[in-house]
Design a protein around this ligand. Structure first.
Ligand SMILES: CC(=O)SCCNC(=O)CCNC(=O)[C@H](O)C(C)(C)COP(=O)(O)OP(=O)(O)OC[C@H]1O[C@@H](n2cnc3c(N)ncnc32)[C@H](O)[C@@H]1OP(=O)(O)O
Ligand SMILES: CC(=O)C(=O)O
Length: 499
């Protein structure tokens, strides 16, 4: 059975607190949604603002294959704004619960029904396709819901959508709830929110209950805890509804190009600046990442041991992470990928050094692993930068000032700078010295007193990046400024290795 997808990333998704997409960004997302086979795109709420209307107009002017809708309240003026934007359809939202009618709209059930019928007739008279979304349906009596759906279908509504606006269904309730509207002669959509983390499960149950369409957003963004994540629903429909492993076809199909889902997710999170949790199913950075030895070993032998689908199916990629839980097979595999051949005893030594770092709560990047391996294999790289002299002037009535003399491949460089404190001044002076040949960014800086007292040994750990290379470096000294500069120089040298 074919299930159609209405994407509301640009309407309900944009209602995520803090997300605002300009017309160009909306168009880029809409174009991608169209390209991957989304059937209907809710491009925004035309009533919202001039900018929103500009964005919707830009999208409707492209001749995309997908149906383009705008949200509309049950008000003629909202429909007029939708018409101005030249959309194909309206997502006409009619609040139906007693709570919404009494407190929000101050209307009776019959007044709301009459308004809904009038607005549907107006929209239809003006050539729009109407999807009638009953807001807060899951806190509305079924009898009234069926009455308002029947009346608006008689007035011309083309599709209906009972909405679980507050995400209060459970999968079993969703199955039984949505089933009650599948005999009304028009396609039914599910619209499930994620307040209890059940939006995807409830959407799947609604589909099992007989709906032929669902609303969702890329990455599950949306009001409060968000909406059903399209990528999760679509991949579940594709994968979890086969009678047995050998079945090529699932019980449900969609028009979505599944291998584009990771790219689409990335585009939406980048343009909306909405952080994506690494453990997000299907598209999160850890969805196909393995660190623990037992899993990595299994995946190297046969990826199906610990992956329910291949990353390639959704256009993602598999990653093996080196950290506290790594096993020797995973480590050996990564070292080989980095072009490093090690003997068994060397592998064990690297293994224990990685475990030691893991026990200290550190992650191990590729550059870290290369440095550990080079140390174990006795491959000493010539250090590009060496510290010759460091002078600090600091006190309660003076701007902290540092001068630094470094040796860069036998050239002497002297620089000075000021800073918020003496460490900042020293690093600023150092950065001035190296800026012509190293583009370094300080990502993190940690200081720890290894022993107690003011004469304690100080451990400084810095995380530095250059392009897409990231490393951690450390130094331990009695003097915090020297420790900071030594750790920084060590990190820069390692980032410059193999460049
Ligand atoms: C469940 C959902 O996702 S609903 C969609 C939510 N989306 C939005 O809110 C879109 C962005 N909103 C906006 O830009 C503004 O709220 C506007 C332009 C739509 C309206 O702004 P204002 O006129 O200042 O009204 P305000 O937002 O303060 O209040 C909402 C009004 O809409 C009414 N209303 C809410 N839903 C509906 C509806 N479906 N049909 C008719 N009226 C509605 C409310 O009763 C209230 O009317 P009142 O002023 O007579 O009390
Ligand atoms: C219409 C809608 O977005 C809702 O009821 O959640």
């Amino acid at each position: 059975m074919k299930i159609e997808v209405l994407d509301t990333t640009l309407r309900d998704g944009e209602q995520t607190p803090g997300i605002s997409l300009n017309a160009v960004k909306k168009l880029r997302i809409a174009t991608k949604l169209d390209e991957i086979g989304i059937n209907s795109i809710e491009a925004g709420s035309a009533i919202t603002s001039e900018g929103e209307r500009e964005a919707i107009k830009l999208i409707t002017s492209q001749g995309l294959k997908a149906e383009i809708l705008s949200f509309s309240r049950t008000l003629i003026k909202d429909v007029d704004y939708c018409l101005e934007c030249d959309v194909d359809a309206v997502n006409l939202v009619v609040p139906t619960s007693d709570l919404h009618l009494k407190y929000k709209l101050k209307k009776s059930q019959s007044e709301m029904l009459q308004d809904a019928v009038e607005v549907v007739e107006y929209a239809k008279d003006h050539g729009l396709l109407v999807e009638l979304a009953a807001e807060d349906s899951t806190r509305t009596g079924v009898e009234y819901l069926r009455e308002i759906f029947k009346a608006t279908i008689d007035a011309g509504a083309d599709r209906i959508c009972p909405c679980d606006t507050l995400g209060i269904l459970t999968p079993l309730k969703s199955f039984n709830f949505y089933k009650r509207f599948t005999d009304l002669g028009v396609p039914v959509s599910a619209h499930c929110h994620n307040d209890f983390g059940l939006a995807v499960a409830n959407t799947l149950s609604a589909i099992d209950g007989g709906v032929s369409r669902f609303h969702g957003t890329i990455n599950g963004i949306g009001e409060r805890a968000g909406n059903a994540a399209i990528e999760e629903v679509v991949v579940s429909l594709n994968t979890l509804y086969k009678n047995n492993e050998e079945d090529a076809e699932s019980k449900y199909t969609t028009d979505i190009k599944i291998n584009q889902l990771y790219k689409t997710s990335k585009l939406v999170s980048r343009l909306s600046n909405a952080y994506l949790a690494p453990n997000k199913p299907i598209v999160g950075e850890n969805a196909f990442a393995h660190e623990s030895g037992i899993h990595t070993d299994g995946v190297i032998k046969n990826s199906a041991t610990y992956e329910p689908i291949t990353p390639e199916l959704v256009g993602h990629r598999r990653k093996f992470i080196i950290g506290k839980h790594v096993g020797t097979k995973g480590l050996d595999n990564r070292l080989k990928e980095l072009g490093l051949k090690v003997k068994k005893d060397q592998l064990n030594e690297i293994f224990y050094k990685v475990k030691d770092l893991g026990d200290k709560g550190k992650t191990v990047t590729d550059t870290d692993l290369e440095a550990i391996a080079e140390h174990v294999l006795n491959i000493e790289q010539e250090k590009k930068i060496k510290l010759d002299e460091l002078t600090i002037v600091s006190g309660n009535k003076i701007r902290p000032t540092a001068s630094i003399k470094i040796n860069v491949e036998d050239r002497e460089l002297i620089e000075a700078d000021i800073g918020i404190g003496p460490v900042d001044a020293a690093i600023n002076a150092l950065n001035k010295g190296i800026k012509n040949f190293a583009d370094i960014k300080l990502e993190e800086y940690h200081v720890d007193a290894v022993t107690g007292g003011t004469n304690a040994l100080i451990e400084v750990i810095v995380k530095l990046s250059s392009g897409d290379k990231i490393i951690s470096a450390r130094a331990t000294e009695p003097d915090i400024i020297n420790a900071s500069v030594e750790a920084y120089i060590d990190g820069v040298n390692r980032l410059l290795e193999n460049k």
